[in-house]
Design a protein around this ligand. Structure first.
Ligand code: NAD
Ligand code: UGA
Length: 456
């Protein structure tokens, strides 16, 4: 039996440890965080994050071999394996501001570990997404004190996506573990691999060197985001040429060399990681003297911002170039369906632009209103958060669909149309709704990358 500790009880730390606890009942798993409110919610049935299937897994293991608390120092004392899953946001000050990774939370944990560990051999696992060669910095901090503990630093990046975290953790495409190339490093990587081998087939556990592991995580996110920006750029061309982006995506995705996933045009990708990780990758390239490579990856973020702006411009233009006093209802605020997470959601810049035009913004989301309120609290203007979707749409001039929640397809659009100001507009930022049907009801429909369906 080992004492496994995870520092950071967020979107990654909580679900990952719950799945390890479920599958490794002989180990004791403790998750700590400096945020008392988060920990209180992990200890209740009102979890701090919404993730389908998560509550059931937590309930199975909590109090048996899964524990949540805030005493980082005490929990570190007798830990054998420490996963570090703290946030690694983009640095907003000093050198590299707006691009580089802000590693202050990361370094603080390294120092906490050094001060408190008492076991003779401890494995420190990088779970957070980090710039290449961070493990080296961590190792140097851990070797700098008088501690008698021998530390091994292993990289084990997480590939779960929000909304499908439990499924992704239960049947991952791969588990990546990067270890040092000496005897101790290999042994540490193997110990982490053994944990996952409780439920993940061995052929899906990939062992590499630490630097490949760290870099692969950034590149995986950059390449996923790059596909979306590629498709979004082509959606603009489709709108000029009467081609249909859904047909183009299907046609190119059937080429097995390209594959069909991550080819859906959208208002722009969001989430806490894509933008941040591409900027970190781009900054790393600059740092290592590769400006052309840095620009190449930065353009993925530029196209993403442009796509959200294009969506806004279309609303402004179609509503006769004035939004002042008009009610625009947002269907969805989360950065994707099945999560309450709004970090870097395209809904945020969209609201800012709409409020800048003096529109009245009505926001609906089944799970993200709590976060939406926080995101928009400093924005000036007429914005309301509405729990009842029909109330949000009552008296609206236009609907902007931001998040592809399944329930939005089931709405009674006849009823909605009757309560909206005419001409009524729908801007579908996800190509999620039934456009022909909406057109027949009377809506002017503006999909992405497809010809619009207009009555006026
Ligand atoms: P998060 O902000 O939800 O959680 C991080 C937690 O760490 C917070 O609760 C914070 O209070 C805590 N923390 C910070 N400093 C601490 C300290 N010194 N001691 C104890 N706790 C501390 O972040 P997240 O979304 O879980 O992401 C964590 C890391 O995982 C990031 O590097 C991210 O890039 C990566 N990642 C995230 C996802 C995702 O879907 N969210 C997926 C894969 C990888
Ligand atoms: C993403 C990756 O998919 C995970 O593998 C990774 O672990 C994670 O980032 C991370 O490092 O944080 P996540 O951001 O949770 O996961 O969600 P995704 O499903 O990747 O969606 C990201 C954004 O892209 C969403 O806004 C989504 O709506 C958008 N998207 C996705 C599109 O616009 N089009 C698509 O075809 C797919």
């Amino acid at each position: 039996m080992s004492n496994i500790l995870c520092i950071g009880a967020g979107y990654v730390g909580g679900p990952t440890m719950a799945i390890i606890a479920k599958n490794c009942p002989e180990h004791r798993i403790t998750v700590v965080d400096i945020n008392q409110e988060r920990i209180d919610r992990w200890n209740s049935n009102d979890l701090p994050i919404y993730e389908p299937g998560l509550l059931e897994v937590v309930q199975q293991a909590r109090g048996r071999n899964l524990f949540f608390h805030t005493d980082v120092a005490q929990a570190t004392t007798d830990a054998d394996i420490i996963f570090v899953s703290v946030n690694t946001p983009t640095k907003m000050f000093g050198e590299g501001a707006g691009k580089a990774a802000d590693l202050q939370f990361w370094e603080k944990t390294a120092r906490d570990i050094l001060d408190n560990c008492r076991k003779p051999n401890v494995i420190v696992v990088e779970k957070s997404t980090l710039p290449v060669r961070t493990a080296e910095a961590m190792a140097r901090i851990l070797e700098s004190g008088k501690s008698s503990t021998k530390f091994s630093v292993v990289s084990n990046p997480e590939f779960l996506a929000e909304g499908t975290a439990i499924e992704d953790l239960t049947t991952p495409d791969r588990v990546l573990i990067g270890g040092g190339q000496n005897e101790t490093g290999r042994k540490a990587a193997e110990t982490v691999a053994e944990l996952y081998a409780h439920w993940v087939p061995r052929e899906r556990i990939l062992l590499t060197n630490v630097w490949s592991s760290e870099l692969s995580k950034l590149v995986a996110n950059a390449m996923l985001a790059q596909r979306i920006s590629s498709v979004n750029s082509i959606s603009a061309l489709c709108e000029r040429t009467e081609a249909d982006i859904a047909e183009v995506s299907k046609a190119i995705g059937m080429d097995t060399r390209i594959g069909s996933k991550f080819l859906e045009a959208s208002i722009g990708f969001g989430g806490s990681c894509f933008r941040k990780d591409i900027l970190h990758l781009s900054y790393l390239c600059e740092y290592y003297g590769l400006p052309e490579v840095a620009d190449y990856w930065a353009s993925v973020v530029h196209i993403n911002e442009w796509q959200t702006d294009r969506f806004f411009q279309s609303i402004l233009h179609q509503l006769f170039n004035t939004l002042a006093g008009k009610a625009i209802a947002l269907l969805g605020f989360a950065f994707k369906q099945d999560t309450g997470d709004t970090r870097d959601s395209p809904a945020i810049p969209l609201c800012e632009k709409l409020l800048g035009e003096h529109a009245k913004v009505r926001v609906h989301d089944p799970k993200a209103l709590e976060n939406a309120r926080i995101d928009l609290k400093d924005m000036q203007g007429d914005v309301r958060f509405v729990e009842d979707v029909y109330e949000a749409l009552d008296g609206a001039h236009a609907i902007a669909l931001v998040t592809q929640w399944a329930e939005y397809r089931e709405l009674d659009f006849e009823r909605i149309y009757n309560k909206m100001v005419k001409p009524a507009f729908i801007f579908d930022g996800r190509n999620h709704l039934e456009h022909e049907k909406l057109f027949e009801i009377g809506f002017n429909v503006f999909p992405l990358g497809k010809p619009p369906l207009k009555h006026v």
